[in-house]
Design a protein. Structure first.
Length: 237
């Protein structure tokens, strides 16, 4: 092979690498723009709504790559994403990338904030908590509703804490509003508390034998002003 030909091939390889690098940077920039503006990460950069639930378990809003790096320094081994896998969401792309870079296991476990909790979700949550590596960080988008519900459930079924203590995870101090559609999560625990007060019953026995998701949804009533605040002003999921 002549020197000119070898030099030309090296130049071509360098050009291809350069274009690949620029394309990757452009793709990454697009993901950041999507995360910051469409997914409202600019709000979470200033306040990540992060709290320790108990030794080994933390709750927060959607983490940025910087927050994932900080979680790694805290010793976090697993991140549970309650928003689920979202391939069109810049925040998810950045989270998955950051977890991979820092050696943190990412578990996608979608939970609904405006519907009666599904029985299979309630059972699956217990199984996930029994199998993940701790310490764990759980998050949703704002760190208010879905993660509040799952934090309360975690305290109740995994740590065996009293219900009245567990439900404090659904509170206005985290940004949760009982009066909005998200209040159906509060009503779920309230109905279990009422039934348990009549005659003590194990939580999962109640879920399997008594709990009726469609009936719970039919009984729940939200307030219009709270829905406007949560859905249109705060842009919650």
């Amino acid at each position: 092979m002549s020197q000119d030909r070898a030099g030309g091939e090296r130049d071509l390889a360098c050009t291809v690498d350069r274009f690949a690098f620029l394309a990757d940077r452009r793709h990454l920039a697009g993901r950041w723009i999507n995360s910051v503006f469409k997914d409202h990460a600019f709000l979470r950069m200033a306040y990540k709504n992060m709290f320790r639930i108990s030794p080994g378990m933390y709750r927060s809003s959607q983490p940025t790559p910087a927050h994932i790096a900080a979680a790694k320094r805290m010793g976090i081994r697993t991140v549970i994403n309650l928003r689920g896998r979202r391939d069109d969401c810049g925040s998810y792309f950045l989270e998955e990338r950051a977890c991979r870079e820092h050696g943190i296991t990412l578990v996608d476990f979608p939970v609904n904030s405006r519907d009666a909790p599904r029985k299979h979700i309630l059972h699956a949550a217990r199984d996930i908590w029994a199998g993940v590596e701790y310490p764990v960080l759980m998050h949703c988008k704002a760190g208010s509703d879905r993660v509040g519900f799952m934090s309360a459930l975690y305290m109740l079924v995994h740590e065996k804490r009293p219900l009245e203590e567990a439900v404090r995870q659904l509170n206005w101090r985290y940004g949760h509003l009982r009066a909005a559609k998200t209040g159906i999560l509060d009503q779920f625990f309230e109905e279990y508390a009422a039934r348990n007060a009549e005659s003590p019953i194990d939580f999962y026995d109640w879920v399997d034998q008594v709990y009726d998701p469609p009936a719970l949804k039919a009984r729940f009533m939200s307030r219009w002003w709270a829905n406007v605040l949560v859905d249109r002003v705060l842009k919650r999921e």
